[in-house]
Design a protein around this ligand. Sequence first.
Ligand code: CTP
Ligand code: MG
Length: 180
Amino acid sequence: MVVEVAAVAFWAMGPAYLPNNAAVVLGGGRPLDGGRTWGGQRVLGDGKTWRGTIGGTLAGALVAAGLNGVRPIVATASGLDLPPFTVTAALTLAFGAMAGDIVASLVKRRAGFARGRAVPGLDQLDFVFGALGVTALVAPGWFATTFTPPVLLAVLLLTPVLHIVTNLLAYQVGVKDEPW
Ligand code: CTP
Ligand code: MG
């Protein structure tokens, strides 16, 4: 039961987990804020670019398409009731993840934090709230059937764990300088 809920949580959040990582690889170029400042600080900063945002959103939508493709096989093999992704849900999960991170940058600049400064907690959960929030607003029906209360709880508990584990792995493999 717990394993099934966790599996559905990971599956449903799949399209939201990749965008921010893809943006690191795909990002660069013109910043979203066009270099504009607000109260002496950049509105968002050079860490939020058009290329990263669009590339990350498309990467997340591709995850949704891929999961839809393997769903018949995986659902049959595992016996799990895995939700299919509508086009709207694919885009809201992926774009919402990017949007959460963008809003967090806005908050960080308002607080006077330099670009790239780590803010534990906010950095790990901004994309989760963005993905869930945008999806709940734009695709409320899909959201309600997919993110039942137990699944929602699993998402909030497991995402930080996933984050810690992937960072430890990335550190072990040598692609990250710090294990966090
Ligand atoms: N990135 C991007 N566009 C986005 C998000 C991220 O281009 N919408 C790229 C940028 O190259 C960024 C990197 O991914 O530097 C890492 O993302 P993140 O840690 O979110 O940005 P920071 O550089 O740490 O900036 P901030 O302090 O504003 O979070
Ligand atoms: Mg950062």
